[in-house]
Design a protein around this ligand. Structure first.
Ligand SMILES: Cc1cc2nc3c(=O)[nH]c(=O)nc-3n(C[C@H](O)[C@H](O)[C@H](O)COP(=O)(O)OP(=O)(O)OC[C@H]3O[C@@H](n4cnc5c(N)ncnc54)[C@H](O)[C@@H]3O)c2cc1C
Length: 400
């Protein structure tokens, strides 16, 4: 559409591009606080999203409890395997994760934003953007808008990042997922459990996350280059005995924009002039297990807080958001990245070590529960792992 033929641009305080968890959360917070907010989403909710839908329970600390209405299973334990073999289960007495289907979860968050007063345009895709001295002009396939602040929450393939944050060197890893129907069969891998296989990929993991009537089955690579994701997925299905007897539909692919220290250092900025990036658009995905929903919600909240600060207090600016991410999220990701380097370089050894030092996994569950951070986890885990590692080196089984 030619912008010259379009009517006068309607003006907003904030336009949010993309209404996944990051965008809906930002739109909700800002409209609740009285700003005029437009949310633009190219699909119509509820829409399918390639995602495992695993939420660590520390989401309880940042989301209102009404999201529990769409939780399909509460998870208490992880069954770890290595190439479909050597299974062991590590359980917690309290929940570690919730399982959601993203169509229902995301729909709930969009409706909350709408109820809080955000104007929501679904089925409207942003196709062009230009920074102006007093804001950003937004062109869609249906209209044109002017906004004082633009929030790019448009996911891993963000147009906002491409157009307004050029030269960002970030890492997008390939991942595949399929949803496999199980009808009314008992939960698999077990009641209140998920399955994680560390040996299925070259430098990543494969998972089975149970939902009411289906299993989300996927593979993701976190470091280096993946050869053929489809081949990796096929061999996971083949090696995982229960899946071999089920009809697993062709997987769908989606990039996983995991945090990468070098990328973040070279293009740290999540704020440029009047535009901001949140969630996947800002590459705010945990580099160890690919958790992105928590950080999407959290970054949406942090961005909204800095927008509100800049509207109400002249001493505050949008850059406060950048500083907040550097303070709260990046130090966590830096440690997660170090752990990922060890786990994905020595997956077999780590599988054995995890079996021996289950207290380290229990400590990691504390991270998922929000009782520990990655930083405190790392300090405590080092001592625990050293002892198990020494024992493991004496184990004749290691050489088998
Ligand atoms: C295979 C796979 C499995 C995963 N499993 C998990 C998991 O189990 N747990 C977890 O925490 N994370 C998981 N993640 C990561 C998680 O899906 C993302 O981190 C999360 O969705 C990020 O939310 P977001 O709001 O930033 O972006 P998205 O959820 O991607 O939302 C972006 C929205 O923007 C819209 N959009 C895009 N472009 C435009 C445009 N030009 N105009 C208008 N709208 C636009 C899209 O339609 C979309 O609705 C997984 C990712 C993958 C790929």
């Amino acid at each position: 559409m030619n912008s010259a033929t379009l009517p006068e641009a309607k003006a907003y305080d904030v336009v949010v591009v993309g209404l996944g968890p990051a965008g809906s959360t930002a739109a909700y917070q800002l409209s609740r606080a009285g700003l005029s907010v437009l949310g633009l989403e190219k699909h119509r909710h509820p829409r399918y999203k390639v995602c495992g839908g695993g939420l660590s329970v520390r989401i309880d600390r940042i989301l209102d409890p009404d999201f529990k209405a769409v939780v399909e299973h509460t998870i208490y334990g992880v069954q770890f395997t290595y190439r479909g073999e050597n299974p062991f289960l590590i359980e917690s007495s309290s929940p570690i994760a919730y399982m959601v289907m993203r169509d229902r979860f995301d729909h709930l968050l969009v409706e909350k934003a709408r109820l809080a007063g955000a104007e929501v345009h679904e089925g409207e895709q942003v196709v062009g953007l230009s920074q102006l001295p007093d804001g950003v002009d937004v062109l869609t396939d249906r209209g044109r808008y002017h906004t004082k602040v633009l929030i790019g929450a448009d996911g891993a393939n963000s147009l906002v990042a491409q157009r307004l944050f050029p030269n960002r060197h970030q890492r997008r890893m390939p991942s595949l997922e399929s949803e496999c129907g199980i009808g009314q069969q008992p939960a698999y891998p077990g009641e209140g459990q998920v399955l994680i296989d560390l040996g299925a990929t070259t430098k990543g993991y494969a998972w089975i996350f149970p939902k009411h009537t289906r299993l989300s089955v996927g593979v993701a690579e976190f470091r280096g280059r993946i050869g053929s994701p489809k081949r990796v997925f096929a061999s996971f299905i083949r090696d995982e005995k229960k899946l071999a007897s089920l009809e697993v539909p062709e997987p769908a692919g989606h990039p996983l924009p995991v945090y990468n220290a070098r990328g973040a250092a070279s293009s740290r900025m999540l704020v440029r002039d009047r535009a901001m990036l949140v969630g996947d658009a800002g590459h705010l995905v945990d580099p160890l297990f690919g958790e992105g929903i928590y950080y999407a919600v959290r970054s949406g909240q942090m961005a909204a807080a800095s927008v509100l600060g800049s509207f109400h207090d002249q001493r505050r600016t949008l850059e406060d958001y950048d500083l907040a991410v550097q303070r709260e999220i990046y130090p966590e990701f830096r440690i997660a990245s170090r752990v990922a380097r060890i786990v994905y370089t020595f997956p077999r050894l780590c599988h054995r070590l995890m079996h021996r030092s289950q207290e380290v996994i229990s400590l990691y569950y504390d991270v998922l529960q929000g009782r520990e951070t990655y930083q405190t986890f790392f300090v405590k885990a080092k001592g625990m792992v050293k002892a198990s590692f020494r024992e493991l080196l004496r184990d004749p089984f290691l050489s088998s």
